[in-house]
Design a protein around this ligand. Structure first.
Ligand code: LYS
Length: 437
């Protein structure tokens, strides 16, 4: 849920998807991830419409790392998205959901042989090859399968996006992709063209995550096009597909001012058109990989407030029943979130507090400073815009069970991931056996 769309009912309760959050918490317990299904669908449709209006051929591949589960893959399928997966587990989820394999793209800087075989068995649409090791391994497997495999090469354009250093990916010093500046990209393209079991559809790049400024994309497209000119001179090769990755930012707090979905797509498509037109080349198919921008603002997390510790003159800690186990982003990236008291959503702010998680880590703080109405133990707290990289990065640290996830729509809710139980936590543990050694 984004900041400006907060809906409060006549009981003063926050609503999402026309469902009362207090009722949702009562029904499913807390912590609880709640996704507004229509919001995800609207975001998807905005991407597709912006592309349709550009006149370009395209694919919008949902980056399932942002939030992967069967229901999400089903939704992506219904909305005519493609799917980007980065592991055997994400691929397995997509296939189990019945997602069409030909619309799956496989990413990752260290795909194992087992994962590559799984993807070849499923006959997925495209492999985004990340490095020389994978280039050889995948080609050996393609030969073994006696099948021509479609690939893109992930290039590293040498662009630094203005975002947290842990989530930049396009700079030269990156574990991802073939660097353009040191000629690895050209060598990889030449090698791919010489490999009989590869069809090189094009190239991919990704400059980082949570990017607000469209200019980074413009710069990267120009830079990649220059490199492709060089490739053209050397080999005569032209790309059919240009995959510009994702990284489209969203608003977490009022300090964030990302460009709109329409603005990102319009900028990217016009830049590609103008660069290709200048050279009299046929426009490539443009692929994007939004994750956060599809699901991030579609969800909230509901927590129950427990202990409150006031240190006069220093800080008031309001502790909730989740924390870094269901949302690592504040601890990992100093990510900022907005929150409200969901059971008293209409009340004015009264005090400044910190919202703390329940893990045994001083860094387990979800929000360092926030103005809320006077908070009482038992209040329900809603953290906004938690749909991306929240549940998907959740852990069982301190042996906390992972929360439940529900989808809401038109006043109805459905569980899409059930809450873990203590029994789930120990299901893979084995007791000591007398003759075990
Ligand atoms: N997990 C990161 C985040 O929460 C983003 C990673 C993007 C992956 N390419 O912001």
């Amino acid at each position: 849920m984004s900041l400006h769309q907060m809906k409060i009912n006549d009981r003063g309760h926050l609503e999402i998807g026309d469902c009362d959050t207090v009722e949702l918490a009562r029904q499913y317990g807390t912590p609880l991830y709640v996704y507004d299904e229509m919001k995800i669908r609207q975001n998807a449709r905005r991407f597709l419409l912006a592309f349709q209006q550009s006149g370009c051929s395209f694919q919008v591949a949902y980056a399932s790392k942002a939030f992967s589960c069967i229901a999400m893959a089903e939704l992506a399928e219904e909305e005519n998205l493609s799917l980007d997966v980065v592991s055997g587990g994400e691929l397995y989820t997509a296939l189990k959901a019945g997602f069409p394999a030909e619309r799956i793209h496989f990413h990752g800087n260290n795909k194992s042989e087992k994962e590559l075989r799984m993807a070849l068995d499923a006959e997925i649409g495209c492999f985004v090859v990340d490095n020389f090791f994978e280039l050889e391994l995948l080609h050996d497997l393609a030969r073994e399968y006696q099948r021509e495999v479609k690939i893109l090469l992930r290039l590293t354009p040498g662009i630094e996006a203005h975002t947290h250093k842990y989530i930049t990916t396009g700079q030269d010093d990156s574990k991802f992709g073939f660097n353009v500046k040191n000629n690895h990209a050209l060598i990889a393209i030449k090698e791919s063209l010489n490999k009989p079991y590869f069809h090189l559809s094009g190239v991919h790049f990704h400059i980082g995550s949570q990017i607000f400024d469209v200019h980074g994309f413009v710069q990267a497209i120009r830079m990649i096009r220059k490199h492709l000119d060089h490739v053209h001179e050397e080999t005569g090769y032209e790309v059919e597909v240009l995959n510009v990755g994702g990284g489209f930012g969203i608003q977490y707090t009022e300090e964030d001012h990302p460009a709109s979905i329409e603005n990102y797509i319009q900028t990217i498509t016009s830049e590609v058109k103008s660069e290709w037109e200048k050279r009299g080349l046929k426009f490539p198919e443009i692929w994007v990989e939004p994750g956060r921008s599809l699901v991030g603002n579609a969800a909230i997390t509901l927590y129950r407030v427990g202990a409150i510790k006031d240190i006069p003159g220093i800080r008031k800690y309001v502790s909730v029943d989740g924390g870094m186990t269901d949302n690592i982003r504040p601890a990992l990236y100093q990510a900022k979130y907005h929150a409200v008291l969901a059971n008293r959503a209409g009340e004015s702010p009264h005090e400044e507090v910190a919202i703390a998680g329940k893990c045994c880590e001083s860094g387990d703080i979800l929000v360092r400073n926030i103005h809320l109405p006077k908070v009482n133990s038992g209040d329900l707290l809603a953290l906004f815009s938690t749909g991306a990289y929240g549940y998907s990065m959740a852990s069982n640290y301190n042996r906390l069970p992972r929360p439940a996830v529900v989808f809401v729509k038109n006043g109805k809710s459905r569980i899409v991931i059930k809450r873990e139980t203590y029994e789930d936590l120990i299901q893979n543990d084995r007791r000591k056996q007398v003759f075990a050694y």
